[in-house]
Design a protein around this ligand. Structure first.
Ligand SMILES: Nc1ncnc2c1ncn2[C@@H]1O[C@H](COP(=O)(O)OP(=O)(O)OP(=O)(O)O)[C@@H](O)[C@H]1O
Length: 241
């Protein structure tokens, strides 16, 4: 395969289909989709239109039934399970709606777990890297030795950003990460997120129902534009939308 150049798309979907229940419930049917490097994309869509399922394909939780998914020019469909896990742990950072911090581990161990999945070994200068990100996110260093269960929601969200960014991913995926925040905290969260994403030239895909956030992003796509299966759901539900 030829080397990817900076102007090549970082994500490419061709004829991707994904269904639940052994093919009975087609949820994604995406003929074509491309995301450029360093794009900050806002993905919106009605409840049930497949947003989380789409992110799960990108983060490796699910694999497509058919079609081709290229990430950084590499075909994910041709990789073994182990190659895929490592590729994703190194290249893709994820912030989930529920944040998914392990409550009984310290903040530092929550972050180190992400490092371990990406490299399976200690990284040089990891302590410096963790401390630098902690400071960039305006958190005190003392938080690193606290248990995740002791943190406020706002602190947990910032730790979730650190964990997603610690391996310097090329793509950051965020699924409704601001849903539990008030307007002021939302704006502070997004400012910190964008500062970090811009400093590291990371591509950002951000899913939310909250269309008031769209002005932070340089591009937007709705699931009905992207996903033929979502168009079908909307037709069936008619006036609900
Ligand atoms: N694990 C699963 N097993 C079976 N069906 C599922 C599963 N997860 C989601 N679905 C179905 O797939 C469809 C899309 O769900 P998905 O969660 O991707 O939508 P969404 O756009 O993220 O919705 P929301 O905005 O409500 O979170 C829905 O009809 C849902 O019921």
């Amino acid at each position: 395969m030829s080397e990817q150049t900076l102007s090549d798309p970082i994500i490419q979907f061709s004829n991707i289909k994904f269904s639940y229940d052994n093919g009975k419930n087609l949820v994604l049917d995406i003929p074509q989709w491309q995301v450029s490097r360093r794009q900050h994309m806002f993905i919106s869509g009605a409840s049930g239109s497949g947003k989380s399922t789409l992110l799960n394909l990108l983060s490796g939780i699910n694999s497509p039934d058919s079609g081709e998914l290229l990430m950084l020019g590499q075909s994910l469909t041709n990789m073994s399970g182990r190659e895929l896990d490592k590729f994703r742990a190194q290249k893709v950072g994820v912030i989930f709606q529920q944040l998914n911090l392990i409550p009984y581990l310290t903040v530092k161990d929550n972050i180190l777990l992400a490092v371990y999945f990406a490299t399976k070994k200690e990284q040089l200068n990891i302590q410096n890297k963790i401390e630098s990100l902690t400071e960039q996110l305006n958190l005190p260093l003392s938080i690193l030795s606290k248990q995740a269960s002791e943190l406020s929601v706002g602190q947990q969200q910032r730790v979730a950003i650190i964990r997603a960014m610690i391996n310097e991913p090329e793509i950051l995926i965020a699924d409704e990460p601001t849903s539990a925040l008030d307007a002021q905290s939302k704006s502070a969260f997004l400012q910190l997120l964008f500062e970090l994403v811009n400093n590291t030239n990371c591509t950002l895909l951000f899913v939310s129902h909250d269309t008031s956030l769209v002005s932070y992003f340089d591009s937007e796509v709705t699931m009905s534009e992207l996903n033929q299966a979502a168009v079908q759901v909307q037709k069936e539900l008619g006036d609900v939308y």
